[in-house]
Design a binder for this molecule. Structure first.
Ligand code: IMP
Ligand code: MG
Length: 172
């Protein structure tokens, strides 16, 4: 597998993150406290860029899920491998995800966190492949919609490689 085509350069990524942050800054006001839940590992790069552009107060926590399947396909069977440190009952929670593909991973995590009775629970995803969706899921805030191609970079991996690429590229 090698890099075939860059679909988002650094400037385009920065613009998409800035637009998302502007949207979120309009939704959450200065006195709102929000727990950002970044889904490991892929969303680390996006979450760290996004949070520095947010003007309301945030706490940061992480959750990790692994889905059984091949390196480029989710099976839909999800296992939580690292849970939150924070109690989210009665809190505003914003789930931060790198990419929503079939939606099975984020749906599973959303259901799990919903069962802990947060005050609000919304989803912010940097990339979205809407044509692949297998669940009836609302993504509240989306950065960029992309076609059904396997991409790497900006946190996204293929077999743990390419997460450090500062661009989003198609591999094949
Ligand atoms: P879903 O459960 O099918 O929505 O898959 C979501 C997870 O699969 C994401 O959190 C990513 O870790 C991974 N994933 C889905 N599509 C891609 C891709 O194009 N590149 C890298 N990882 C991906
Ligand atoms: Mg992944």
């Amino acid at each position: 597998m090698e890099i075939k085509e860059v679909i988002l350069g650094e400037k385009e990524i920065e613009l998409a993150v800035r637009n998302l942050a502007r949207e979120l800054n309009n939704v959450y006001k200065d006195d709102d406290k929000v727990v950002l839940v970044a889904i490991l590992k892929g969303s680390v790069v996006f979450a760290s860029d996004l949070m520095r552009k947010l003007s309301f107060s945030v706490e940061l926590d992480f959750i990790a899920a692994s889905s059984y399947g091949s390196s480029t396909q989710t099976s839909g069977v999800v296992r939580i491998t690292r849970d939150l440190d924070t109690s989210i009952a009665g809190r505003n929670v914003l789930l931060v995800e790198d990419i929503v593909d079939t939606g099975l991973t984020i749906s599973y995590i959303k259901k799990l966190l919903d069962s802990r009775n947060p005050k609000t629970l919304r989803i912010c995803a940097f990339l979205d492949k809407p044509s692949r969706r297998k669940t009836d899921l609302t993504i509240d805030y989306t950065g960029v919609k992309i076609p059904d191609k396997f991409v790497v970079g900006y946190g996204l991996d293929w077999n743990e490689k390419y997460r450090n690429l500062p661009r989003v590229a198609v591999i094949g």
